[in-house]
Design a protein around this ligand. Structure first.
Ligand SMILES: C[S@@+](CC[C@H](N)C(=O)[O-])C[C@H]1O[C@@H](n2cnc3c(N)ncnc32)[C@H](O)[C@@H]1O
Length: 514
């Protein structure tokens, strides 16, 4: 075998594990870069700030370990699936002009060995971030699910395996039906592997809306065919010689008495469901059914505990133009399944930010990371569209490219300053269709996708006081920002702008007011 010796195929406990050339676990927390915020949303004094990190998640997690080791309740990851494909981001200028660019590539060097090494060292560090009652959901598909299952068994222990969940895959056209015979079936589902940090951890569980039948109350036989003589007792004048009652005697007798009480005192004026609701939705009932056998009452339900089949909700969504975006319905179920409000939820492959958005909406704290600048910009925009939002920081692990200055025009009227954005130098006009490029040349502001102002810029982090951005259909960009200062003086203003290709620009101005 080329590339060094092969690691063993079983661990110290004799458990089977995957081997590939160059396999090793590494996490250099000492060399990690500090998590310095570059853009700040919300006040400075909050004890907790959510974090949207731009950079390689290995470096980001190594830095996060300093503060958050053992504190994260839930990690959801939707990493590269080892597809070998490239994925796009589609944005718009105006209603019709679509600009497509590369968002990220799912094409790691060295084939499956490279992929496994990439995932192994990252899953190892995620294990350290999780709290003892925490867990991880790993979204994958048929290409790598068997490999990832073995990696997770090795790192988390097979006893911490919780479930393999199936979710609905993005819509794909089945090409098979045009052929006389099949090579394979069209793939309909993705897999989510759920592992806990500790085998003893317990979780709130995921609920889904009840079906029409489950929304109606029903009676069900109390008898089943498991043969336990200790569970055979006389009940409502009925004795059995085989099988068993499902409930212990005391519980069944109490439920029978409850039903009798309802019949004698309430049946004339209210339904059993009304009576059950008025008495706090806790009472159980047993009666004799039509055939004379005891039956217990199943109350109407709005929601039921979900099992591992999550095909009832879409797993993918197409709201941002970021290919591979997952649905908020999926993340709601994951987050509800394995965390409580206030818990820390992390997504180190956050893409368009679905996990952060849902964590925010459901009252969790969150840490999100992506190495693609575009992903972080899309996530930032999504978060800014939420009606209520906790403070968050955008953190960049490295400075990024030199930023060209956006052109702005400033007017001062007494204590009020107006900043108008005129354009942002874009280096990629040649990537636009010629008609769109001509439009941008005529109106350079057409190339601005997002811009923001810090009215009292004091250096990094940029404090985002005002912002405007294009919405998904292309419109919505305000071109003038206004601010009235309380006192006469000279102020530094920071202007941050992003063009339609995700290139960022920054300008610093000085104004005298009053
Ligand atoms: C399948 S997408 C995630 C989509 C996301 N769940 C959503 O709802 O939009 C995978 C993401 O992982 C990111 N990624 C790949 N390698 C990474 C790395 N080493 N560090 C951080 N992010 C990475 C890619 O840029 C991409 O955005």
């Amino acid at each position: 075998m080329e590339g060094g010796s092969m690691p063993p195929r079983s661990d110290r406990k004799g458990r089977v594990c995957l081997a590939w050339p160059g396999k090793r676990l590494r996490c250099n927390t000492a060399a990690s870069s500090p998590l310095t915020p570059v853009e700040r949303f919300g006040g400075d004094r909050e004890p907790w700030r959510n974090q949207l990190i731009l950079g390689d998640n290995m470096a980001a997690m190594a830095a996060l370990l300093h503060t958050y080791a053992g504190q994260v309740r839930l990690i959801y990851i939707d990493p590269p699936f080892a597809t070998g494909h490239s994925y796009a981001f589609r944005s718009r200028i105006g209603a019709a002009d679509v600009v497509e660019e590369l968002a990220f590539e799912d094409d790691l060097p060295n084939g499956m060995s490279g992929y496994l090494q990439f995932m192994y060292e990252r899953l190892g560090i995620m294990h350290q971030l999780l709290s003892e009652d925490g867990s991880i959901f790993v979204h994958c598909d048929y290409r790598a699910n068997s490999h990832l299952r073995l990696l997770l068994d090795e790192l988390f222990g097979p006893e911490s395996f919780r479930n393999e969940i199936i979710t609905r895959r993005a819509q794909t056209k089945s090409l098979q039906k045009q052929f006389a015979s099949l090579r394979s079936l069209n793939v309909f589902h993705d897999t989510i592997l759920w592992y806990s940090k500790s085998p003893d951890a317990r979780f709130p569980g995921p609920y889904k809306p009840a079906s029409a039948a489950q929304r109606r109350a029903a009676w069900q036989s109390l008898w089943n065919n498991a043969d336990r003589p200790t569970m055979r007792y006389p009940l409502l004048g009925c004795t059995i010689s085989r099988g068993q009652w499902k409930w212990r005697e005391e519980r069944a007798l109490r439920a029978a008495a409850n039903y009798q009480h309802y019949l004698e005192h309430h049946a004339a004026t209210k339904t059993l469901t009304q009576y059950w609701e008025e008495t706090g939705r806790t009472l159980e009932f047993v009666r004799r059914n039509g055939s004379g056998r005891p039956a217990y009452w199943i109350p109407p339900r709005d929601r039921v505990l979900a099992d591992t089949n999550w095909l009832d909700i879409p797993a993918y969504s197409y709201s941002t133009g970021y290919e591979t975006e997952k649905s908020e319905a999926l993340l709601e179920r994951v987050i509800q399944c394995a965390s409580n409000p206030g818990d820390i939820v992390a997504d180190p492959f956050c893409g368009s930010g679905t996990t952060a958005v849902v964590a925010e909406r459901t009252g969790r704290r969150w840490l999100a990371c992506d190495s693609a600048r575009r992903a972080v910009q899309v996530a930032r925009k999504r978060l800014l569209q939420l009606p209520f939002r906790s403070p968050f920081d955008v953190v960049a692990l490295d400075a990024g490219p030199q930023r060209p200055s956006p052109s702005v025009e400033v007017t001062v009227d007494g204590h009020t300053v107006a900043v108008r954005i005129l354009g942002v130098p874009t280096q990629h006009l040649n990537r636009l269709p010629s008609s769109v490029a001509a439009k941008v040349l005529r109106h350079p502001v057409e190339a601005v996708e997002y811009w923001a102002v810090d009215w009292e810029y004091g250096g990094v982090p940029f404090r985002n006081c005002w912002r405007s951005f294009r919405h998904r259909r292309g419109g919505g960009l305000e071109t003038v920002a206004r601010h009235t200062y309380a006192a006469t003086g000279t102020y530094r203003i920071g202007v941050l702008a992003t063009d339609i290709f995700g290139e960022e620009g920054f300008a610093e101005l000085s104004v005298r007011v009053g």
